[in-house]
Ligand binder design. Sequence first.
Ligand code: HEC
Ligand code: HEC
Length: 288
Amino acid sequence: MRYTIILLAVASLSACDRKIEPTAAPDTVAVPAALSFDGAESSDPTERIAHGERLSHILGCTGCHKPNLEGQWFNDDAPEMGKLYASNLTRVLPTMSDAQLETLLREGTHPTRGDLWIMPSEVFQRLSEADMAALIAHLRTVKPSGAPTPAPAMSAMAKAAVASGKFKPVSASVAEYRTTTPPDLGEGHAFGRYIAATTCAECHGGDLTGVPDFLPGVNTPDLDIAGAYSDAELVTLLTTGKGKTRADLGLMTLVGKGHFSHLTGRERSALIAYLKARADRPQPARAN
Ligand code: HEC
Ligand code: HEC
């Protein structure tokens, strides 16, 4: 699976006047959630590793880094940006400690290269300690294979986009998502909110209100749109990728099938209940 044009989307996403500080580390560490996906707390280490493997699909590691985690040239449909690889993780993982890996995943900073690009750490920072530990335990079982991928080499055009603030490092999104969070709809919806905050928020915005021009010419909608879907239609979308009125929703169809078919029934139901409750909430004055 590829969704390479995200690179351009990331570029257009921040086309506003947001200030960019490419080398700034986040000033605070996001508070890890108290809730976890199903199975993170298993007392059986083998089950925890299997849980981490499931997360690697739900969180899209296997989408961008390929199912075998050997990586790929990420922006081959936007070659004018230079060469940015979703790295061959199988070769990189043995070079990093668990602590370095967790910092990389949560903050979007690389132990030797500094700023990271494209990786959605803004949502990974929201993972609970138990989910993060299971994910790392799974990654530790991956054997080295394939050719190492080169470090990113940006074109002059990409560098200019960085300089002008149009193409932001991951750390900037991490900082933004600390304060832009899905609404808290009470204890009964905390689990569904956790699922949405760590998955849907990657593309539908930190608070799920949608992102204009997420892909060239495609907005991701405010997830209030879930209110127009029945529960059964949402289950279809989040298992087969088929939309209610359009079967093929492009990237959404890819992730509906490739990522969210790996949710447990309990996770999917909680997510759907949260999205429905969010769509029905009394509307506060909103910025847009
Ligand atoms: C949207 C695409 C995308 C997703 C999803 C994604 N990554 Fe990445 N990842 C990248 C790209 C692109 C890079 C290279 C970034 C750079 O070089 O600045 C990268 C880099 C990395 C690195 C650093 C590798 C190196 O070169 O040293 C690690 C480790 C990593 N990803 C792990 C993960 C894990 C684990 C997951 C799932 C939890 C994940 N990634 C999900 C795109 C993605
Ligand atoms: C990797 C990016 C990505 C992720 C992650 C993602 N979406 Fe989407 N989603 C999109 C895009 C892009 C669209 C717009 C598709 C279009 O209109 O062509 C979309 C559209 C939708 C729609 C509207 C479909 C329609 O009928 O118009 C719904 C509902 C939706 N997403 C739900 C979700 C939910 C729930 C999650 C989390 C479980 C999620 N999405 C996660 C990218 C994503």
